[in-house]
Design a binder for this molecule. Structure first.
Ligand code: PGA
Length: 249
């Protein structure tokens, strides 16, 4: 399967930064006749989506949202619907990022509703799961992941219409990364729990790794069995560094 690399800009960026980032990526992309890059997705803040779409037009880089509301429209001040993201040419949307779960109190049940809204709008939700440091320290990692999988994946999930991202909360933005063995173990557990939960074949379950992915460690992480790609936060802001991650596939 083609690897998937997702840039999550979080609450960073500006129209000018989108322009410079896209120009840099365009200069680094291989000519269309040569080896094609992996599936590459940029998730900027929602107000920058139209800029990103225009700046990246004609490149193989797709855009995605960082979150969506569970309803298609209505009186929800400040929220963005999956339907609108689709109209803005998004192919993907991140849901259940730990920063949303923690800062906005989003439950797995709500994450499942958001993922269902994304699927019904024709987007691929990137459903984030991951344990906190305290849960890891008390040996609960696999149990926490299983619980999040049971509650965050909607009934409409089927082959190819959703992606999971394993993001240990303690690894996000911290520079700390699980060992390659720990990532492998977690991904295998996620794949088998998701296959059980959805009835899909394990090969059909796509799980990205996220948390302090850098140009220096991306290649090694993506070689691990069960790692379908990476979700990159901080290191995606620098176009050259991000390109190194894409090129390390
Ligand atoms: P990080 O963030 O790469 O800055 O650790 C990853 C994420 O939160 O998606």
């Amino acid at each position: 399967m083609k690897k998937i690399i997702v840039a999550n800009w979080k609450m960073n960026g500006s129209p000018e930064m989108v322009k410079l980032w896209a120009e840099k990526l365009r200069s680094l992309l291989p000519p269309t006749t040569s080896h094609q890059p992996p599936t590459t997705v940029l998730c900027p803040p929602a107000p920058l989506l139209a800029y990103a779409q225009a700046a990246l037009a004609g490149t193989p880089i797709t855009i995605g949202g960082q979150d969506c509301h569970e309803k298609p429209s209505g009186a929800h001040t400040g929220d963005t619907s999956a339907v609108l993201l689709k109209e803005l040419a998004c192919g993907y949307v991140i849901v259940g990022h730990s920063e949303r779960r923690q800062n906005h109190g989003e439950s797995s049940e709500l994450v499942s509703q958001k993922a269902a809204a994304a699927i019904s709008a024709g987007l691929i939700p990137i459903i984030c799961i991951g344990e906190t440091e305290a849960e890891r320290d008390s040996g609960q990692t696999i149990e926490v992941l299983r619980q999040q999988i049971a509650e965050s994946i909607p009934q409409t999930a089927k082959t190819g219409n959703f992606i999971l991202a394993y993001e240990p909360v303690w690894a996000i933005g911290s520079g700390k990364v699980p060992t390659m063995g720990e990532i492998a173990t977690a991904h295998q557990a996620i794949i088998s729990a998701t296959a059980q939960r959805t009835g899909l074949a394990p090969e059909a379950v796509c799980v990205l790794y996220g948390g302090s992915v850098k140009p220096e460690n991306a290649g090694e992480i993506m070689k691990i069995a069960g790692v379908a790609g990476v979700l990159v936060g901080g290191a995606s802001l620098d176009a050259e560094g991000f390109w190194k991650i894409v090129a390390s596939v």
